[in-house]
Ligand binder design. Structure first.
Ligand code: SAM
Length: 280
């Protein structure tokens, strides 16, 4: 393989199983002039396994701008550079966006070397619709911000994919259950490609309970996948808006129920009113 000069290679590395390293990734990493890596010691150990003893440059979330300047200088000198992250595909919940953007702006060629990524790996075996999915990466660490984010996406009809850290998994599943309801189909994909790879399948309530009682399920690396919300009916009113309207209608006259449901859901009062009238 002959590398292009003055080119940035964005190279995916394994997410656990070293057998997933591609031949092309090995060749590129053996030949580039410099490897920009998130954690140079950790990547050094990984690459040693493949007999790659490249020159490293640290590029992580705390120095991305400064490191980008250095990478652009090397590219300007006609050198070829590879960008890798600790695991999987760079830029996917990993550093590199700023560098790739700046390198494009400066007119350099970017060549992706595709490979593992936890989002694609989890989706490929979860058994949820994959024709449309929404990758949400990591949710905010604080509960209020996390719930707000979940509220914003609760009517999303595409499959939802989240990354989560083990120490937050229980709180996040509890918040998800509160916002999406315990019945929402969910999958917890853990330790993908590794010895203890596990897929917990069920609904949010069942999975939260299992993770709570079996502490082994709180360990390792994990992806949460949720079925999308049911599509809104032809009136354009989502299942959640309909659910809220129905609850309010049990206690209130139609006009008041529609007004309150409108405040809660953001759907226009008249639409809710007419929708309820049509159904009766
Ligand atoms: N760039 C990586 C990728 O392409 O998937 C993701 C990096 S992100 C900082 C790390 C998160 O990805 C983990 O907290 C976890 O949510 C998910 N992840 C990475 N490897 C995984 C694995 N083997 N099994 C399950 N989830 C994994």
């Amino acid at each position: 393989m002959i590398l292009e000069k003055g080119t940035l290679y964005v190279v995916a590395t394994p997410i656990g199983n070293l057998g997933d390293m591609s031949q092309r990734a090995i060749e590129v990493l053996q030949q580039v002039d410099m490897i920009a890596a998130e954690d140079t010691r950790r990547s050094g150990r990984l690459l040693q396994h493949f007999d790659i003893s490249g020159r490293f440059l640290a590029l992580h979330e705390h120095n991305e701008r400064q490191a980008t300047g250095r990478v652009l200088d090397y590219l300007q000198q006609g050198k070829s550079i590879a960008l890798i992250s600790d695991a999987g595909t760079p830029l996917l919940s990993d550093p590199g966006y700023y560098l790739v953007r700046e390198a494009i702006r400066a007119g350099f060629r970017i060549i992706p070397i595709p490979g593992p990524s936890a989002v694609a790996t989890a989706l490929s075996a979860a058994g949820l619709p994959t024709d449309r999915f929404r990758f949400e990466g990591f949710l905010p660490a604080k509960s209020t911000a996390r719930r707000n984010r979940l509220m914003q996406i609760k009517d999303e009809t595409a499959t939802l994919v989240f990354y989560e850290a083990p120490h937050r998994i229980l709180e996040t599943l509890a918040d998800m259950q509160e916002v999406f309801g315990g019945e929402r189909e969910a999958i917890l994909a853990r330790e993908l490609t590794k010895t203890f790879e596990t897929f917990l399948r069920g609904n949010l309530e069942a999975i939260r309970q299992r993770v709570e009682t079996d502490t082994d399920q709180q360990k390792g690396e994990m992806v949460i996948l949720l079925h999308g919300a049911p599509p809104p009916d032809s009136s354009g009113i989502s299942a959640e808006a309909e659910r809220i309207l129905n609850i309010l209608l049990k206690e209130l006259p139609l006009k008041q129920a529609a007004a309150l449901a409108s405040e809660i859901t953001g759907v226009k009062k008249n639409r809710l009113y007419e929708h309820a009238l049509k159904r009766n």
